[in-house]
Write a protein that binds this ligand. Sequence first.
Ligand code: FAD
Length: 310
Amino acid sequence: MTPSDSALGPVARAGVGGTPRPNVSFEFSPPKTPEAEEALWEAIRRLEPLNPSFVSVTYGAGGSTRDRTHRTVLRMLQETTLKPAAHLTCVEASREEVDEVIRDYWASGIRHIVALRGDPPGQIGGAYTPREDGYRNATELTAGIRAIAPFDVTVGLYPHVHPESPSLEHDIDVLKAKIDAGASRAVTQFFFDVDGFLRFMDRVRKAGVTIPISPGIMPVTNFTGLKKMARPIGIQLPHWLANLFEGLEKDPETRRLIAASVASEMCASLAEEGFGDFHFYTLNRPDLTYAICRVLGVRETPPEPKEAAA
Ligand code: FAD
């Protein structure tokens, strides 16, 4: 970087190549229709050459996508160079049912699970009642997974504080319990307040947490949809974001350009703060994630050879 480069904004500074190539991971959802399946696989093929550390596939409320999640991770394993991770929740299932899914994953060659408690179906943010015969939370689920086989386990983390949690300290204690149970990485819920996130991470690190933590990046193009999603999970959307999208309800192209610009600036700022891992909620659409990865210096690279499943 030359002295004049320091006058540039974070995206332009990233273009100068001031930070090392970060690790990226991409999250997808299992498709509901043949058309959605086609779109998903186009997205996967577009992002695959960026050689992400892993890709993950979500698990619908109450295990509603159990088979589709399984099919999608398996196809990723068999037909791509990607390292897939399967999300798994313990809502509305007995330990025995969840353990069967875990054993199936291991037998199919899946080695990485994103372990989540999940939310009651149709009631995100509502009161959660664990099943008598089920795993009560993600800590118990993580321990259950590790008792079955030596999976890599990733867990969730909440920069805005989980809506059912009494405090940030409590959330950090829960994270530590998940690490003690065998989690080796965390991915955060999406957020837009970079300064707030940096303060949050400062407290997490000061509490002695050393595992890799990937900020969750949501390149959002539909602000109305985002508001609906954010409210029940306790995420306050900043005024500046609402302002940027105001009046653009019928202008999807401009919304996409704004979404790319907002997420690129967030990521470039976080990279400058030393963040080396990013997790993208792709919403099964590749273009914005691809563009933001370029800003971060992530380009097509040959895949590393996959480890043979034991
Ligand atoms: P936990 O870590 O179990 O925490 C849940 C709440 O219980 C917190 O308030 C915590 O403070 C409290 N708690 C936990 N343990 C204890 C304890 N021992 N004592 C007292 N309180 C405790 N949902 C899906 O349905 N499918 C998905 O695929 C999915 N993917 C996700 C991916 C990411 C990266 C993230 C961040 C979330 C995802 N979710 C998904 C949403 C997630 O299921 C919800 O946020 C859920 O409400 C909490 O899940 P958790 O794993 O963080 O739960």
